[in-house]
Design a protein around this ligand. Structure first.
Ligand SMILES: Cc1cc2nc3c(=O)[nH]c(=O)nc-3n(C[C@H](O)[C@H](O)[C@H](O)COP(=O)(O)O)c2cc1C
Length: 263
């Protein structure tokens, strides 16, 4: 099993040490290979906001750097740990740049056979904001987010009790992640199903106004009236009905908006 750690701290500090402990625990459970992608060392420029990846496709991005190599690393892994310290009440700038550069994946999701673990450390605050945000990002990209582990690691020495608690949290995270990596994808929640139908309505209706997205969705078969989700998993029929109704409403609204635009 391969695990890729995407490290959003600019140093080998609290977050890195926490990831190493997860690695140690997971290694004691079975055959796991770890790779660390230190974003601080990666050749990944800031997004320049040209929209080319959305409209024409990511291969047309003007930045000739390691973005595609990094995407390949995610494809090669069975599980990805998104690791970031809390900076300014949310993810670090390194993590945010990474997410911005892969924003086309929000439109053209792909990591449905992968599991994600979220890891963050903080002086005091911000873990909820980080996890809410990363859960949405990784989830829309296609990952099944199986767990999040947050540690309070203030700059001063922490008590033995606090340290023990942190170690227990990391061991639990390693256990949950290791077990999730052995299992098949679980059935999607209501939010996941809703996002699928909302995107289906948007990209289907936008058509050639958003050609890279439309082609991707069409080729995947996701625009078919029968498509219930991105992958072949059981979808709760109530969630499916809610998703379907929302899709029809959104389609109608988009058609109206597009007609208005052409006037
Ligand atoms: C630039 C910067 C911003 C930070 N912002 C916050 C913050 O908003 N809230 C907080 O509780 N801690 C904050 N911290 C503390 C870090 O979240 C904490 O020390 C974290 O464990 C650092 O992880 P690292 O050693 O992996 O970089 C900040 C630290 C730095 C350097």
């Amino acid at each position: 099993m391969k695990v890729l750690v995407i490290m959003g701290s600019p140093r080998k500090g609290n977050t890195y040490r926490a990831a190493k402990k997860i690695e140690e625990s997971m290694r004691s459970m079975g055959n796991v290979e770890f790779e660390y992608l230190m974003l601080k060392d990666a050749d990944l420029s800031q997004c320049s906001g040209c929209f080319v990846c959305f409209i024409k496709g990511e291969n047309h991005c003007p930045h000739k750097d390691d973005a595609s190599v990094i995407e390949q690393k995610m494809h090669a892994a069975d599980g990805v740990i998104f690791a970031t310290p809390v900076y300014g009440m949310n993810v670090s700038a390194l993590m945010k740049t990474f997410i911005d550069r892969f924003s086309y994946i929000f439109h053209r999701p792909r990591f449905f056979d992968k599991k994600a673990l979220l890891l963050s450390t903080t002086g005091a605050l911000g873990l909820k904001e980080v996890f809410d945000y990363l859960k949405l990002v990784a989830g829309v990209w296609g990952f099944e987010v199986v767990h999040s582990v947050g540690l309070v690691t203030p700059p001063m020495q922490i008590s033995n009790k606090k340290e023990q608690e942190n170690n227990q949290k990391l061991e639990k995270a390693a256990f949950v992640f290791y077990n999730a990596l052995q299992k098949k994808r679980r059935s999607p929640g209501l939010r996941d199903v809703f996002i699928f139908h909302a995107q289906k309505a948007s990209f289907g209706e936008l058509g050639q106004n958003s050609p890279a997205d439309y082609t991707y969705w069409k080729e995947k078969g996701w625009l078919s009236p029968k498509a219930k989700y991105y992958v072949d998993v059981r979808v709760n029929p109530v969630y499916n009905a809610i998703g379907w109704i929302s899709e029809q409403m959104l389609k109608r609204k988009m058609r109206k908006d597009l007609v208005e635009l052409q006037k």
